[in-house]
Design a protein around this ligand. Structure first.
Ligand SMILES: [Zn+2]
Length: 372
């Protein structure tokens, strides 16, 4: 009897040790979360986003009277945006598709990389039954943000390619972005993330609530955006997938590309004649731009700023400015499972520990009782 009990105890002790071991692994294994460490180059970049420039762009756009697809205002705004992009050094600009999408490319400097990040907004707008469609918050603000990103980000170099896009015909549900996504898919373009700016600057009560809309393929990017908001003190109160709009992001999702869409807290004036410049919160737009810029610069792997051309090869950034290597997620994979939140893994560790204690106490009690 004693021998049998001894064997049981030995077996149970081994079980307890195994459980303790796995608890240790769960408790101290590196978190599967991406860890964004503050990068001084990125901090410098995002500080350059100018509220005045955002205001001026939106104001110019609303003064085309309407940018409804097919109108002369739409065509004039396309020329205006093409020229704005073309005036930025290092960008190559082109019209794409019959619907006049405008795409500017900032090539990556790593010749072995075919990774592409795209950030875009739609430049058309529309008000039902009206020839006046100012479209300031939908989506003049998004366009102004993307222009700021193009202007500032092109002053720096990245391993991977970044494209800045202005889509047409989003409001008429012709979704010109779909033509682009289709072409990208057919040409096997390696788009690691599409970042969409739409309804990006309306914040009448200064709530600074920003919704991050991700899909199953872009949970990892949503986590990076969350970390950037903290690390760079951007100051948004973030919500997740409160809105279900997909807009131009939907075009990319349709072809299997991961997307992120940052969205203001509420809709109110969109698609009305009241969507005018006075409804634009340039503070909100600036912060929204900072968030996207930080995410894209991190992912595209910005190099430290080089001021002198024809100088020695770009030095490797010091460890403080180096991006954290993230071996635990792969932005190229479209099937990255979302990692278990830290809170959850900590909770399961606690449960395991309690289980271990309960089992051990029972065994000891049982043993003592049998002995008596
Ligand atoms: Zn829109």
């Amino acid at each position: 009897m004693i021998r049998r009990l001894f064997l049981t105890v030995t077996w149970l002790t081994s079980l307890v040790l195994i459980l303790l071991g796995s608890c240790f692994v769960v408790c101290f294994a590196p978190s599967a979360k991406a860890e964004v460490i503050r990068n001084s180059t990125i901090a410098e970049m995002i500080s350059k986003i100018d509220q005045k420039d955002i205001y001026n762009t939106v104001y110019t756009l609303q003064n085309f009277t309407t940018r409804r697809f097919g109108t002369s205002g739409n065509a004039q705004s396309a020329v205006y945006l093409y020229d704005r992009l073309e005036s930025i050094p290092k960008l190559s600009v082109e019209y794409q598709s019959d619907a006049n999408n405008i795409i500017a490319t900032l090539p990556g400097v790593n010749p072995t990389s075919n990774i592409i990040y795209i950030v875009g907004a739609h430049y058309d707008c529309g008000v039902p039954d009206s020839t006046f469609a100012p479209g300031a918050t939908d989506d003049g603000g998004g366009v102004a943000i993307v222009l700021e990103l193009a202007k500032i980000m092109s002053q720096y170099s990245y391993d991977h390619t970044i494209k800045f896009a202005f889509w047409n015909a989003e409001e008429t549900s012709d979704d010109a972005s779909l033509a682009y996504a289709k072409q990208a898919y057919e040409n096997k373009m390696n788009i690691s993330l599409y970042f969409n700016y739409d309804s990006a600057c309306y914040d009448p009560n200064d709530n600074l609530v920003l919704d991050i809309i991700s899909n199953g393929q872009s949970q990892w990017a949503s986590e990076i955006a969350t970390e950037c908001n903290t690390v760079y003190n951007i100051g948004f109160k973030l919500t997740y997938n409160v809105h279900s709009c997909s807009g131009d992001a939907g075009s990319f999702q349709m072809y299997g590309y991961p997307t992120i869409f940052t969205h203001q807290e509420t809709h109110d004036v969109q698609h009305t004649v009241n969507d005018t410049i006075d409804k634009v919160s340039t503070v909100f737009a600036q912060k929204n731009g900072q968030l996207g810029m930080a995410v894209l610069a991190y992912l595209a792997e910005v190099r430290s700023h080089t001021t002198t051309p024809n100088s020695a090869p770009t030095p490797i950034p010091s460890s403080t400015t180096l991006l954290t290597p993230t071996s635990t997620y792969n932005p190229n994979s479209t099937l990255t499972p979302s990692p278990m939140p830290t809170e959850l893994s900590e909770a399961s560790s606690a449960i395991a520990a309690v289980g271990v204690i309960v089992i051990t106490s029972t065994v000891i009690l049982l043993f003592k009782r049998q002995k008596r």
